[in-house]
Design a protein around this ligand. Structure first.
Ligand code: NAD
Length: 351
């Protein structure tokens, strides 16, 4: 198949591109604006493949999207391009509305025009797959899980913009018959994660001897999924998922933020002990909480397991070990990014 991936230079998109080139015979077009969060170094290893091509473009630019789609003639569009950092959405929500809502509208409009131009068999086979987050469901108390039927209740500008884009995708399915799929996934972690996000940020700051900033009391709970498990789920959904259906994707790995940070410190203590033999955990410091910080997210992923046979291969323990090792082995990748893009700055205090 020909797979059009938006956001393929970012964290999850690049993992999908690497999976598709390494493990399938699919052709890939990576359409990415290369914002602060995107870098082609994430796909450098597979970019030599003759099944891979790259177009630099903005999903809000209808003409650029149209030219790329009609030139490539995809069987599947997997739409990952987005502004993705909650803290940045607090400081500058406009970019999130533009990219996540208007950009998704543009992708849907151009996908629909292309889809309508296809013959009947190709129209039946076509898929528009939107990659979204569990944050659209809001915040849970101490118990319960998000299912695909949980009502939407987004709380941050980021999650509201993703909820808006999910609704647009559903509407294009219902109203125009566009063959759409949506996946809502929990927190990802793994290689090439932009170092403003919790896990890579903690690794980077630990090695720099800086304070490891814990928002509030660090008792917020997230479900964590290794990125390579997520992209296998995406492949299962666009290859075999039922048109119009939503699939929740999660790792069954609920952890408080403070537990995640302590785990990273323990692994670093073993793999790269501090010169003074103190634990990296002594660098933990509590800072002002994120405004409107959601308390708990947790996913019921039984639909994708029962219907499509997908299960995560990594436990949190195995995935976090791989991740810390990857950051230790790939310092040049993140050191340049931290220096050039101020990835380690605190944002989102709504000051
Ligand atoms: P990321 O920020 O690492 O990457 C986003 C990519 O999109 C970058 O390469 C960037 O250059 C590109 N991009 C941004 N704006 C663009 C535009 N206007 N036009 C074209 N390209 C543009 O994000 P990520 O963590 O890889 O997330 C990918 C998708 O998965 C997002 O839609 C996000 O909402 C969703 N998601 C992420 C997580 C997570 O834990 N990271 C969890 C669930 C869902």
């Amino acid at each position: 198949m020909r797979i059009f991936v938006t956001g393929g230079a970012g964290f999850i998109g690049s993992a999908l591109v690497r999976l598709l080139i390494d493990r399938t015979g699919h052709e890939v077009l990576n359409f990415d604006k290369l914002t602060y969060a995107g870098t082609l170094s994430t796909v450098e290893r597979v970019a030599v493949s003759d099944r891979y091509r790259f177009v630099r473009g903005d999903i809000c630019d209808a003409e650029a999207v149209r030219a790329a789609i009609t030139g490539f003639r995809p069987d599947v569009i997997t739409h990952l391009a987005a502004e993705s950092h909650v803290d940045r959405s607090i400081d500058g929500p406009g970019a999130f509305i533009q990219t996540n809502v208007v950009g998704t509208f543009t992708m849907l409009s151009e996908a629909r025009s292309f889809w309508q131009s296809l013959d009947e068999d190709a129209r039946k086979a076509f898929r528009f797959h939107h990659i979204s987050t569990d944050e659209v469901y809001g915040s849970l108390g101490d118990t319960g899980l998000f299912t695909e039927d949980t009502p939407y209740d987004p709380r941050s500008p980021y999650s509201a913009s993703k909820a808006g884009s999910d609704h647009l995708v559903s509407a294009w399915g219902h109203t125009y018959g566009l063959p759409v799929l949506i996946t809502n996934c929990s927190n990802n972690y793994g290689p090439f994660h932009f170092p403003e996000k919790l896990i890579p940020l903690v690794i980077v700051k630990a090695l720099a001897g800086d304070t490891l900033p814990i928002y509030g009391k660090g008792d917020q709970v997230r479900d964590w999924l290794f990125v390579e498990d997520h992209v296998r789920a995406l492949q299962a959904v666009f290859e075999r998922g039922v048109i119009g259906r939503t699939y929740n994707v999660g790792g069954n790995n609920e952890k408080q933020n403070i537990e995640v940070v302590q785990t990273v410190c323990t692994i670093l203590d073993r793999l790269r002990p501090r010169a003074d033999r103190q634990s990296y955990a002594t660098q933990i410091g509590y800072v002002a909480d994120r405004p409107g910080h959601d308390k708990r997210y947790a996913i019921d992923a039984s639909r994708i397991r029962d219907e499509l046979g997908w299960e995560p291969a990594e436990t949190f323990e195995s995935g976090i070990e791989k991740t810390v090792r990857w950051y230790l082995d790939n310092e040049s990748w993140w050191r340049d990014i931290v220096a050039e893009r101020q990835a380690d700055q605190r944002r989102g205090l709504a000051a």
